[in-house]
Design a protein around this ligand. Sequence first.
Ligand code: ATP
Ligand code: ZN
Length: 299
Amino acid sequence: MTTFLDRLFDAGLLFETGVDGLYGRSGAFEDVIAAFERLIDRTGGTDGAEAIRFPPGMNRAFFEKSGYMKSFPQLAGTVHSFCGNELDHISLLKCMDAEEDWTKEQKATDIVLTPAACYPLYPTIAKRGPLPATGALFDLQSYCFRHEPSTDPARQQLFRMREYVCMGTESHVTDFRQLWMDRGTAMMQAVGLPVEIDVANDPFFGRAGKMLANNQRDQNLKFELLIPITSTEKPTACMSFNYHQDAFGTKWGLTLDNGAVAHTACVGFGLERIALALFHHHGLDVKTWPEAVRQTLWG
Ligand code: ATP
Ligand code: ZN
């Protein structure tokens, strides 16, 4: 049986690398992402967000402080490097020649792969000092890494997330989240994609994680916008809407100028998933997509 992933390879939209979840993208695939990002810009562009682009790696010290290894150790990716002398180099080459595990001698660098586009933002903004009472809004986009190899093209190991992050009072950031749930639904409808919004949880690790996940659900802290891509029974999360309460504000020392701890929320667009949803629903050749969809994306 040819899968959706096979068809994407055959159509030249994605390129195989030999690793599940790690693919090259064609110009046509990238053009869909670029067009969708312009739709995001048109939708959120007048909100006055400050745009920041971090590279796909972040400061390991910030990553450690974030608590990511407590919640999602199974997904994290760290950058290791050879830090030895010439003698160590000789044993490295010997080891590789013998096809033994040469990676054991690699040492952790100061960089880890970014797990979500907003992770580098909080410590960066905390350094600036208190936020205005009117809050703050940021526009981010980054490649993110998650160690979740899969043959589902919608579950990649390196993929892009476009995010808006809001910091302010509880009502300010929850209004922001609701606004983007409505906007996200309207945007997907405008490009002819069927959507459903549902409460969700993050994939917290282990038995203790089950409790964290249940708690997150019970408090409606995470919603996802779901679109069928590889399965109709289990549609794929193409956007997520997260309310962190004051957890990040407390962790990073984000305060408002009246001294109160900031609440934060983020909304994320899974750019590859949205492109894949468009290809799945409208066909692998963008020239044959419905005119209304093409009009929304390319004007
Ligand atoms: P899922 O439940 O499908 O694993 P998630 O809860 O891990 O998704 P988030 O952590 O909220 O997703 O990430 C934000 C957005 O990034 C998601 O809504 C999704 O669109 C996208 N995303 C998450 N994981 C992947 C992945 N492995 N490949 C491609 N896109 C992803
Ligand atoms: Zn996930």
